[in-house]
Design a protein around this ligand. Structure first.
Ligand SMILES: Cc1cc2nc3c(=O)[nH]c(=O)nc-3n(C[C@H](O)[C@H](O)[C@H](O)COP(=O)(O)OP(=O)(O)OC[C@H]3O[C@@H](n4cnc5c(N)ncnc54)[C@H](O)[C@@H]3O)c2cc1C
Length: 415
């Protein structure tokens, strides 16, 4: 069995033969994809090298450490590409994988609807087959990056006579068409990272379905499993001390991507700012502040270790346990505890605007953003209550939640 050190050494050797900083970013990534090191865990037939899952991380890190650029940041690599790889037909894989790995196609996720978030399978956006095309009508919401995506991964209802989960299908929809209107949503932290998306007779070629009609729920669950793993991505694609055309185009691409996610570190609570802020604001001898800082730090360390353990199990190919839900809940708890501790440190100043007076504490605006961004942590990717339900059923063996729509054709479900 190949070791991490052997993979890193093979990547280094390939990289030094292939790297040319004066290529365009796309040309460089074409080379990367052809080499099989873009996603080495995939099969050799689809741009990979049939290596274990951990090889992706080792290859990316090695390329970055050597001063190069790997695959793009964002939902294309995190959600669309692995779903297409797992469930797409050969035709869909052939048309969509390569341009996603090179960064030519940007993606968004069109799942949630105004009354179908936690209850995603209750969605009502409908696709009807008309000749060689599906015609789609409905509304999606909270769609991150939909304002600059080329394609969306979309779940829509294709059979209202089937029971709830069985009537859904999964599509790849071109965003640049007259039937799609994207309206940005302004958030309370002043950012605008997500959107409402209205679909009015939007068209999708038959060949852009992933899986078979009625398999949408199975495919969507695959995407959601990838989404839970996707949380810890880095915001950088290159080393700081390198230059060249590939590098500058990769930095511009990452800057554009990061504009959407600039507040994401704040939504996690910015535990790193607790101690420097407490020191600068003279709060380190306050007994309550000291207790709260240590409580959240201890919890954060324990959560990190749980997440490392889950990662190690995954890389050994073990089936996922409940660590995803536990990790998601831990992040919410940490964000809330950081929020409360930052408030205890800042006192009334924490309520001041995110545009502080010149000369005030350098992290004041960041902490003000923490205080209004942490609620998102316990909603995105499945709310705390939903994680509690999953853990209650999986770990405590509690009965399934009561439901009014089980076994009933979706069109007959009372609403
Ligand atoms: C930062 C961010 C980015 C997002 N990006 C995307 C995206 O790109 N694409 C996309 O499609 N969606 C996206 N979402 C939407 C996200 O998936 C939903 O917000 C989430 O699934 C919750 O759904 P909801 O907002 O409709 O809340 P609801 O489902 O309406 O929930 C409202 C409240 O009721 C509780 N609740 C609901 N059902 C139960 C139950 N059975 N038991 C107990 N309590 C319950 C919930 O916990 C919550 O407190 C994003 C959300 C956020 C915050």
């Amino acid at each position: 069995m190949v070791t991490e050190a052997e993979v890193a050494s093979q990547v280094r050797e390939w990289f030094h033969g292939a790297w040319d900083p004066e290529l365009s970013l796309i040309e460089w990534r074409e080379r990367l994809v052809d080499s099989g090191w873009a996603v080495p865990s995939w099969s050799a037939r689809w741009h990979g090298r049939d290596l274990p899952a951990w090889a992706d991380r080792v290859a990316h890190q090695t390329i970055k450490d050597e001063g190069g650029v790997a695959t793009p940041l964002g939902g294309g690599m995190g959600l669309a590409a692995p779903t297409i790889y797992d469930h797409g037909s050969d035709d869909v894989k052939a048309r969509f994988l390569r341009p996603t790995l090179t960064g030519e196609l940007l993606w968004c996720q069109l799942f949630s609807e105004p009354v179908a978030g936690s209850d995603l399978a209750g969605l009502k956006t409908t696709a009807v087959l008309d000749g060689e095309e599906w015609i789609v009508n409905g509304q999606k919401v909270w769609n991150t990056s939909a304002h600059h995506a080329d394609y969306g991964i979309l779940v829509a209802r294709t059979d209202w006579d089937a029971v709830k989960h069985a009537g859904l299908s999964y599509f790849l929809v071109a965003m640049d068409q007259p039937g799609i209107e994207v309206r940005p949503i302004r958030q309370m932290n002043e950012h605008s990272s997500f959107n409402e998306v209205f679909l009015t007779d939007a068209r999708i070629p038959m060949a852009n379905m992933v899986g078979e009609p009625g398999e949408g729920w199975k495919v969507a669950r695959g995407t959601l499993a990838h989404e839970r793993r996707f949380g810890g991505r880095s915001s950088k694609t290159t080393r700081d001390d390198v230059s060249g055309r590939v590098i500058s185009e990769a930095r511009a691409e990452a800057d554009e991507h990061n504009k959407t996610y600039v507040w994401y570190p704040q939504r996690q609570g910015r535990i790193d700012l607790l101690r420097p802020r407490a020191e600068r604001m003279g709060r380190t001898d306050d007994a309550v502040v000291r207790q709260e800082m240590m409580k959240v730090t201890a919890f954060h360390r324990a959560a990190e270790l749980t997440s490392e353990r889950a990662k190690a199990a995954r890389e050994l190919g073990r089936p996922p346990g409940s660590e995803g839900s536990i990790g998601k809940l831990a992040l919410s708890e940490i964000a809330r505890a950081c929020n409360a501790t930052h408030s205890a440190i800042a006192g009334a100043q924490g309520m001041l605007s995110a545009h502080p007076e010149p000369g005030s504490d350098p992290d004041h605006a960041t902490v003000a953003e923490v205080l209004i961004s942490t609620p998102a942590q316990s909603i995105a990717g499945g709310t705390d209550e939903i994680q509690h339900n999953i853990l209650g059923e999986n770990i405590l063996g509690l009965p399934k939640e009561p439901s009014v729509d089980r076994g009933v054709p979706f069109k007959d479900v009372g609403r």
